[in-house]
Design a protein around this ligand. Structure first.
Ligand SMILES: [Zn+2]
Length: 600
């Protein structure tokens, strides 16, 4: 074989390996996060342009492009965009809103950063992001109050202090507008906790059009809140929401209206607390009810209404900076200067505060559906002989605690399996009861299976819930008797799609599950299956790089070893591989796709 034919062969090999992989991944350049033109903040037009680009280039086709959910009082479009399984009205949904208050642009930036992170992970084919986008709906309405925001951006930095929309009604035009976050139905007419301020009696909102918390002439009097009302009403699959504000690094749960707070049950409060704890572990915010923490109330806000009228587990996060940072940078501890910094943190702090809540946002999206947590109450490892000769010398017995910390009950067909290095060791066990939301019923179960080695770090427990497009993997470490955190997988992945025969998994609540009978798989259950499948830990996003790298190495090696011998007419040894490659090279000299060309 000549050097030239070797080069042609290598080029074809590289193309054959790299090209199919390249076309199977997302095309186009990497998603770019634009820098806003007003001190780093995106304008109204830039935000909408970003929403259009993010959807069209980097997200799966089931995502929905931005669409208008209504217009502001001045006719500006209020856009919503959906990421994920948006063509399935039953998919669990989460809603993120920003900028109810016009001077809180970091709330808008937090949502744009979250969108960007998901686009980027989707672009890189990150398996968990793919699983998220194939099982959940993530709704973003980042700019609820465009009129107030545009009004702020047209002013000098020192005067960007408008909180409300721009409805006329106050003799001082600077104080015009309705506080959109006091215009919702729940407690709109006012709370029981009241105080006098410069505008008269304030009971969590104010009937005076000049007041900063003016509630409007009627509940939902404003087109912006009507748009949110109608949108939420049309999406009953939305289970959770974060209505973003700033500043302070707090996470408030309902009710902010004290008279409604009295109606909250203990179970409701516990659910809010446990989800708030999950979220604040990720963003380090302080979680509380607004009245308990700050001793003030709010009446007619979006979060109270979402929970009160739609049962949505909604929170009001206040993005950073926290008070300490705002005070330290506000100069002279002047309250106006503190606010000027707090509401409009400088450009270098925008990524810091916006990125802080990205993982909490994604976690809440997971929580909108079933979301399993598994722990090992006890794990017993017994080494023994292997009479069957299959190498399964170690018997494992685990007492499992299975919890659903999400907001949707598990499906009727949810099941559990254990794999060792991709080989099934514990056949499917279906849950006797559904695992209810918020960890209200913990299922305890004992499982027993045999493995080749207790030291394998790749023994995986799978919970698959086909009705909810949900599949989770947990690594079992027999040495430390522990089970890892949840790793979400695509339902179509090999581990989740394994053919199975179901057995009923004993289940129950904490009280009676201690009496649950041990389910021991029979010997035939324990037989190793011939089907070997990919391990849950493999990072598929690296595949193009690994394959591309291998092709380049192949190319360089061929050039080196073949071209070095130009002029020599012998090889020390000819392997079968070389013979096959030689045959391939003969074919490669013929025109490619000749049949197609002849067919015209
Ligand atoms: Zn606010």
């Amino acid at each position: 074989m000549t050097c030239i034919s070797t080069l042609i062969l290598c080029a074809v090999t590289v193309l054959l390996i790299v090209f199919p992989i390249t076309v199977s991944t997302n095309v186009g350049s990497k998603p770019v996060l634009p820098t806003g033109s007003v001190d780093g903040y995106l304008t109204f037009d830039q935000t909408n342009e970003y929403l259009r680009n993010a959807h069209s280039l980097y997200l799966p086709e089931t995502s929905s492009p931005p669409f208008s959910i209504g217009k502001s009082r001045s006719g500006r479009t209020i856009n919503a965009v959906c990421l994920g399984k948006c063509d399935d009205t039953n998919a669990p949904g989460v809603l993120f809103t920003g900028l109810h208050h016009a001077r809180e642009p970091i709330s808008l930036m937090t949502l744009v950063y979250t969108l960007h992170h998901i686009s980027l992970m989707s672009y890189y084919n990150d398996p968990e992001t793919q699983a998220l986008l194939s099982s959940r709906q993530l709704w973003f309405i980042p700019l609820v109050n465009p009129d107030g925001y545009v009004d702020n951006l047209e002013k000098s930095a020192a005067n960007r202090n408008r909180r409300k929309n721009t409805l006329p009604g106050c003799s001082n035009v600077k104080r015009n507008g309705v506080d959109l976050n006091r215009n919702y139905e729940t407690c709109w007419a006012g709370d029981t906790l009241c105080e006098q301020d410069q505008f008269g009696q304030d009971c969590g909102n104010n009937p005076n059009p000049c007041a900063e918390d003016y509630r409007g002439s009627a509940m939902f009097s404003e087109p912006e809140t009507k748009a949110i009302r109608d949108f939420v009403g049309q999406h009953p699959n939305i289970k959770a929401a974060l209505n973003y504000h700033s500043y302070g690094e707090n996470l408030f749960w309902p009710y902010s209206c004290v008279k409604k707070k009295k109606s909250e049950t203990e179970a409701q409060a516990n659910l809010f607390k446990s989800i708030a704890n999950e979220l604040t572990l990720l963003n380090s915010y302080k979680a509380s009810n607004v009245y308990d923490a700050l001793h003030y109330n709010a009446a007619g806000d979006a979060t109270d209404w979402m929970f009160d009228k739609h049962g949505i587990i909604a929170f009001t996060p206040e993005v950073g900076p926290n008070d300490q940072e705002a005070k330290a940078n506000g100069r002279s501890r002047n309250y106006d200067l503190q606010d000027a910094y707090g509401f409009w943190p400088p450009i270098d702090r925008i990524p810091v505060h916006s990125n802080k809540s990205v993982s909490a946002n994604i976690h809440l999206a997971w929580l909108s559906g079933p979301c399993y947590k598994v722990s090992a109450v006890q794990m017993k490892v017994v080494k023994g002989s292997d009479p069957s000769g299959q190498g399964l010398t170690t018997q494992i017995t685990i007492s499992l605690k299975i919890k659903n910390i999400g907001l949707k009950a598990s499906g009727e067909k949810a099941f559990l399996q254990v794999f060792e290095e991709g080989i099934l060791r514990l056949p499917s066990q279906t849950f006797k009861d559904r695992v209810k939301i918020g960890g209200r019923n913990v299922i305890l179960a004992e499982v027993m299976y045999k493995v080749r080695s207790e030291n394998h770090m790749k023994t995986t427990l799978i919970i698959s819930d086909p009705e909810n497009s949900e599949c989770s993997a947990f690594l079992i470490n027999h040495k430390s008797s522990s089970i890892s955190d949840t790793k979400h997988l695509l339902l179509e992945s090999d581990l989740c799609n394994y053919h199975h025969e179901s057995k009923i998994l004993p289940s129950g609540d904490n009280k009676n599950s201690s009496n649950a009978k041990t389910k021991i798989p029979s010997d035939s259950d324990s037989k190793p299956q011939s089907k070997t499948i990919n391990d849950a830990g493999f990072n598929y996003s690296l595949l193009p790089y690994i394959s591309g790298g291998a092709a380049v190495v192949c190319f360089v090696c061929f050039i080196f070893f073949k071209c070095k011998n130009v002029g020599e007419d012998k090889y020390s040894r000819i392997s079968e591989d070389q013979i096959e490659l030689g045959e391939l090279s003969d074919v490669s000299t013929e025109p490619a796709f000749r049949d197609y060309e002849e067919d015209g």
